[in-house]
Design a protein around this ligand. Structure first.
Ligand code: ZN
Length: 232
C-alpha cells in the first residue's frame, strides 16, 4: 500500500443561520449529533472556532447515517460510530477507527491509515479582526423549555455565532494506490450532507446551517453548486 497523493480541501465555512456555541466541557464524541462550536480557550482571544474533531465527527456521523453504518443501542440515541475497521466499509477507512480495531478481523482486508485529517476552523482574518475590535457580538437567543408536569418555564440562554461569519477550514485526504475512488467521493458527499444538515447544537431548532464557500480542491476553486450537484 503506497501513498499516491494528499488532496487538500480548503476554503471557508460560511454561517447561514446562527451557530450554537457550547462550553468546552460538552464532550465531543465521534459520531455525536450535537457537537458544539467552542470558544478559543486562550484568555486573550475567546474567539469562537470549530474544533476539527467536531467537524470530522459530524461529517462521519452523516456518512454513517447515509450508509446505514451506525450502531444503535449502546446507550446513545443517535448511535455509536461504526468502528468495524474493514477496507470495504464506506466510513471507517476515511474517518478512522479506535486503535484496537486496526489489526484485522475475520481475515478481511484492513483499512490502513485514516485518510482524512480535519483541522480546527478558525475565524477568517477579517472576522477575527472584527471580533478583536468588539465589532462581532455573539447573539444570545433565549430558549424556553416548559416542564410539562410543573408547568414551570425554564429559560436558558443559547449563545450563537451570528449569520454571515466565516471560518477558514482545511481538510487533507490521503489517497493510497489501492484505494477505490469512492473514499474521496464519500468525503465530498458527507460535506454536501452537512450543508443540508446542521453544525453545532440545536440544529433541529434552526441553528447551524453552513455552506462551504468558496471550496477549493488542491487550490482550485470549485463552482458554487459543486457540492449541491453531487448525487447522494
Ligand atoms: Zn466501518
Amino acid at each position: 500500500m503506497k501513498l499516491e497523493k494528499i488532496i487538500k480541501i480548503s476554503g471557508k465555512i460560511k454561517v447561514i443561520t446562527g451557530l450554537h456555541i457550547g462550553a468546552a466541557s460538552e464532550t465531543i464524541e465521534i459520531g455525536g449529533m450535537d457537537n458544539p462550536i467552542i470558544k478559543d480557550p486562550l484568555p486573550e482571544s475567546g474567539a469562537p472556532y470549530i474544533p476539527g474533531s467536531s467537524l470530522k465527527g459530524k461529517l462521519r456521523s452523516l456518512l454513517e447515517i447515509k450508509e446505514g453504518r451506525f450502531v444503535m443501542g449502546k446507550g446513545r440515541a443517535d448511535g455509536a460510530p461504526c468502528d468495524c475497521g474493514q477496507k470495504d466499509c464506506p466510513v471507517c477507512p476515511v474517518f478512522g477507527t479506535s486503535a484496537s480495531k486496526d489489526k484485522g478481523r475475520n481475515g478481511n482486508d484492513v483499512q490502513g491509515p485514516t485518510r482524512v485529517v480535519v483541522r480546527d476552523a478558525m475565524l477568517s482574518s477579517d472576522w477575527k479582526k472584527r471580533f478583536e475590535e468588539g465589532d462581532l457580538p455573539m447573539e444570545v437567543k433565549y430558549e424556553n423549555s416548559i416542564n410539562r408536569i410543573s408547568c414551570m418555564a425554564n429559560p436558558r440562554p443559547l449563545e450563537r455565532v451570528p449569520a454571515g461569519v466565516e471560518f477558514d477550514f482545511n481538510i487533507s485526504f490521503k489517497k493510497f494506490d489501492e484505494d477505490p475512488d469512492n473514499y474521496f467521493q464519500n468525503l465530498l458527499k458527507a460535506m454536501k450532507m452537512l450543508e443540508l444538515d446542521a453544525l453545532g447544537g440545536a440544529g433541529s431548532r434552526g441553528c447551524g446551517q453552513i455552506k462551504f464557500c468558496p471550496l477549493l480542491i488542491d487550490g482550485v476553486e470549485q463552482s458554487e453548486d459543486f457540492l449541491e450537484s453531487l448525487s447522494l
